[in-house]
Design a protein around this ligand. Structure first.
Ligand SMILES: [Zn+2]
Ligand SMILES: [Zn+2]
Length: 342
């Protein structure tokens, strides 16, 4: 198959609030060890909003999109032809140093030299994406074509919750914030044996109803309310908003475990004395690792559902509406299908 020289991509083209837009980006054929994927879908995520707002590092001009699924269209030298036509999701690290203690320990996410797709290397908001073959994970047939884009956030959840494991069977788990990460976190926590309560605000009503349809117990918080729930053994703060973190530290049970899932994008004020008085443990996870990807792929066969989380599939030319809806918290996950306007 012959690739075009360029293709439309949605990129961070320059710094500042007007920095996003469509551009004609170069299409690079695969080097040895690489493949080119025909993108089926790439999800819009909170990180993309932070990139748009210059709150997350990027190197413009760069095509965004790090939650990617597609079909392997071209393989480079040293890559098995067996990959051709397979439906995959891709790890986000385009390159890393491979020599530092983090790379050697299996944590390329913590390598200071890492270059990820969608922020420093061209990502998946375009039709043709060239990535290292080592980043590929074949998707099970149970995952819908566009929903495969949610494998990446699930790999992040697997890193946050299971490396090392923070949930034991029977734990009460409070999940704050019913966005994509919150609903995936709630599903994974339940699968790990946690008794989960997912909370949100009145404006999250539709998201909470969707979560409830997946078998998750939900609650709409009124202003200043603490929901009736056992002091949580585990709090997963998925809103990335200051009041969510405050609620989490206030409700956390003694010797409990607080997991920061959401990104605030700026300093927030939280009662850190709770860590001392409650002898709390605080952990987080920075994106995903090869191990968390392997676990996420196995979780897909164990009852984690991705398909219901896809709110809408839109072409690249409708990116502004999809970003605006994501920013407004409408629906759950919007995915761009770059073939829609091809
Ligand atoms: Zn993301
Ligand atoms: Zn490194």
């Amino acid at each position: 198959m012959s690739l075009p020289d360029t293709a439309p991509g949605l990129g961070k083209l320059e710094r500042g609030p007007a920095g996003l837009g469509l551009w004609q980006q170069p299409v690079r054929p695969p080097a040895p060890g690489e493949v080119t994927i025909e993108v089926i879908a790439a999800g819009i995520c909170g990180t993309d909003l932070h990139i748009a707002d210059d709150e997350f590092p990027s190197e413009p001009p760069v095509t965004m999109g790090h939650e990617v699924t597609g079909e392997v269209a071209v393989v480079g030298d040293e890559v098995s032809d067996g990959w051709l036509g397979r439906r995959v999701a891709v790890e986000t690290y385009y390159s890393y140093c491979e020599a530092c203690e983090y790379c050697r320990a299996g944590y390329p996410n913590l390598c200071s030299q890492r270059r990820s797709i969608g922020s420093r290397e061209n990502g998946g908001f375009t039709r043709w994406l060239t990535v290292p073959a080592r980043n590929l994970h074949e998707l099970p047939s149970s995952v819908g074509r566009h929903a495969g884009a949610l494998a990446e956030p699930l790999a992040c959840v697997a890193n946050l919750l299971f490396d090392p494991p923070v949930i034991s069977p029977g734990d009460s788990v409070l999940v704050i914030g019913p966005g994509t990460m919150g609903v995936l976190t709630a599903q994974a926590a339940q699968l790990a044996g946690g008794r989960v309560l997912l909370v949100g605000l009145e404006r999250d009503r539709a998201r909470l109803e969707l979560a409830a349809s997946l078998g998750i117990v939900t609650h709409i918080l009124k202003a200043g309310e603490q929901p009736a729930f056992d002091p949580p053994d585990v709090v997963c703060e998925c809103s990335g908003a200051g009041p969510g973190a405050v609620l989490g530290f206030e409700m956390l049970g003694s010797r409990g475990h607080y997991v920061q899932v959401g990104i605030f994008g700026a300093p927030v004020t939280v009662p850190l004395d709770a860590i001392l008085y409650k002898e709390a443990t605080v952990t987080s996870g920075n994106a995903s690792t090869p191990a968390s990807w392997r676990r996420a792929m196995r979780l897909l066969g164990e009852g984690i559902e991705l398909d219901p989380l896809v709110t809408a599939v839109v072409g690249l030319d409708q990116w502004e509406q999809a970003f605006a809806a994501t920013r407004a918290g409408e629906g759950m996950k919007y995915v761009l299908d770059p073939r829609e306007d091809a």
